[in-house]
Ligand binder design. Structure first.
Ligand SMILES: Cc1cc2nc3c(=O)[nH]c(=O)nc-3n(C[C@H](O)[C@H](O)[C@H](O)COP(=O)(O)OP(=O)(O)OC[C@H]3O[C@@H](n4cnc5c(N)ncnc54)[C@H](O)[C@@H]3O)c2cc1C
Length: 401
């Protein structure tokens, strides 16, 4: 018999709150054949206390709040350069560090090739957490750690995907820290969905084969090529062992071809309950895609423009302090919502997803993308060959005539 306290695996987001809650430590998060973590229960050790089911956020609806929308960016250009979008995470993190608090976020371990959530206690360590990693982050024992910190009256900021925030809140509401939740600030990165580490590794292996050398570092966003944040920043920067750097031309990045076509997202991402404008965290941070450029200072789109939604009174109370480090302007949500699907609904599950995971173990990643996303792949190749700017000009001429 399996663990019938837990949710249907199709809906499990892998937040790990069940494993954190198990008093017998008999739930382990293990990767399935797609490379995503799922709870596995040792039924011989299980005492059927049901604590795992009580903290499962999938089984218990979370409170949601319609927030106010703001356009913002960090006033410090150096921080902006180091951040994926408008450097909002850093500004939020600083408010809690300034209160002698700690910050949790996702860390990319290049040695072990994995992403996991960890804690940072000082400003000069924040770089550890900056930048979007487009694969699922392992929550490890974060729920238990945050519970202890709150019990000791330490302010905590947690930044992650909305399902991770939901898992954490669900855990804490069933813990002795329930009376200390005013010390917790939650921030979710508006999320398209996550890939698995297995997919990222397959992509990296394909790129190592292409160049016949090892990759030592990789970043999922590039702001310093093309016209910066706005256009084509979602490309992977690969740093090889000899320090040479490769960034695929605009439109030709095979990782983002798969990611943006939703080919290999976690099963639960296609039915995500946390999309939409009603949010569960104190703050939601996102890219301000579609921002009207006329309203911006010259060159701002090179560095990054974010949307921040302020969803709770607790978040609202931090606004005066945030205004010291960020440009913040209240906006009508229409453009931000229209240009960011995650503010509306989850992505569709493509039929080819099953074939992708069936072939992943035996097929080179790039070959698989070429086979399954033929049109996108060749479009990207042509775009890279002719150049995005030339294509834009051709389109303009066709439109005019
Ligand atoms: C998987 C994923 C999907 C996203 N999808 C969208 C989208 O569809 N639309 C949109 O507008 N924005 C999306 N974002 C958010 C966007 O990329 C920026 O991360 C966000 O706007 C914050 O930018 P920043 O400059 O303020 O933060 P940064 O300084 O770049 O910090 C990023 C923060 O995100 C956290 N983080 C990074 N990777 C992960 C991860 N794998 N899991 C959990 N937390 C993580 C880090 O802990 C850090 O706190 C996504 C981010 C991720 C990680």
């Amino acid at each position: 018999m399996g663990n019938d306290f837990l949710c249907d695996p199709k809906n499990c987001t892998g937040c790990g709150s069940c494993a954190n809650a198990c008093p017998k430590a008999c739930i382990q998060m293990r990767e399935n054949h797609e490379g995503f973590p799922y709870p596995v229960t040792d039924m011989e050790q299980c005492v059927r206390c049901g604590k795992c089911g009580k903290v499962c956020h999938v089984l218990h609806e979370a409170d949601k709040h319609e927030g106010s929308f703001y356009m913002c960016w960090n006033n410090n250009r150096e921080i902006l350069k180091k951040s994926s979008s408008g450097g909002v995470f850093t500004a939020l993190a600083m408010t809690v560090l300034n209160r002698n608090g700690v910050v949790y976020g996702a860390y990319q371990d290049f040695e072990q090739k994995c992403v996991y959530h960890t804690v940072v206690r000082s400003e000069n360590r924040l770089d550890k957490l900056r930048k979007s990693k487009y694969c699922q982050s392992d929550m490890k024992a974060v729920c238990r750690e945050i519970c202890e910190l709150l019990k000791a009256d330490t302010p905590v900021l947690f930044c992650g995907t909305a399902c991770q925030v939901a898992g954490l809140l669900s855990y804490l509401k069933n813990s002795p820290a329930i009376t200390k939740l005013e010390l917790l600030y939650t921030v979710d990165v508006l999320c398209h969905g996550v890939a698995s580490q297995k997919t990222v590794n397959a992509f990296l292996k394909s790129k190592e084969r292409m160049k016949h050398k090892k990759i030592k570092r990789y970043y999922f966003r590039v702001k310093d090529t093309g016209v910066g944040w706005k256009s084509g920043c979602t490309r992977v920067r690969l740093v090889y062992e000899d320090d040479s750097v490769y960034v695929a031309p605009l439109g030709a990045d095979t990782f983002f071809m798969g990611f943006n076509n939703n080919l290999f997202l976690r099963e639960s991402c296609y039915r995500c309950r946390y999309c939409g404008t009603a949010r569960i965290s104190d703050f939601t941070i996102a890219d301000y895609w579609g921002v009207p450029e006329e309203s911006l200072p010259e060159g701002q789109t090179r560095y990054g423009v974010s949307v921040m939604t302020v969803n709770t009174e607790k978040a609202e109370a931090l606004m005066p302090e945030l205004k010291d480090s960020m440009y913040i302007e209240k906006i009508n949500p229409d453009i931000a919502v229209a240009n960011n699907r995650s503010f509306k609904k989850p992505n569709d599950r493509p039929e080819k997803r099953d074939e992708y995971f069936r072939l992943l173990d035996t097929t080179d990643y790039d070959t698989l993308i070429r086979k399954l996303l033929r049109k996108t792949y060749w479009k990207g190749k042509v775009k890279a060959l002719i150049g995005a700017e030339t294509i834009k000009k051709i389109k303009k001429i066709i439109k005019r005539n």
